[in-house]
Design a binder for this molecule. Sequence first.
Ligand code: INI
Length: 166
Amino acid sequence: MSNAENAPESVEGTLIVSKGARFAIVAARFNSFIVERLVEGAVDALRRHGADPSKITIVRVPGAWEIPFACARLANSKKLDAVIALGAVIRGSTPHFEHVSSEVSKGVAQVAMQSGTPVTFGVLTTDTIEQAIERAGTKAGNKGSDAALAAIELVSLGHALEEAGF
Ligand code: INI
């Protein structure tokens, strides 16, 4: 992308879904009453921004711990433009929360870095159910739709970088 003379080059993606782009959503069934709201938010954002519903695949896994496995399989298939990880890890009275939340974030980040396919993170990690509800389509927005928008932008950014010769 060329700018005015002597100005730094700026490359960025848009929120317009590239024609034919394929997306997968990986959603945990654990805390499904929250996660299904995130899935709805993600699908709604993809559709509103121009995604073809027949090009959206929803993959369900038992819990957040299993999200990186499915993300890795999908991202490494090279058949998708982006993968969106959705889950809800809510603190309980045991250290289980710490293990699940730290592994899912590390795992998803690792897949994103190693696969070369954009993988975005819409996994809530909250202290309370109320905080999770707030982020699943109520007071604090919908983190599923935020993760879908980030995926759309990264797909577009990939094309923009290619055009800019990177
Ligand atoms: N999975 C979640 O997605 N959210 C949680 O809050 C959660 N907690 O707290 O237990 C959780 N546990 C299950 C875990 O993700 C695995 O599915 C399970 O351990 C089997 O491997």
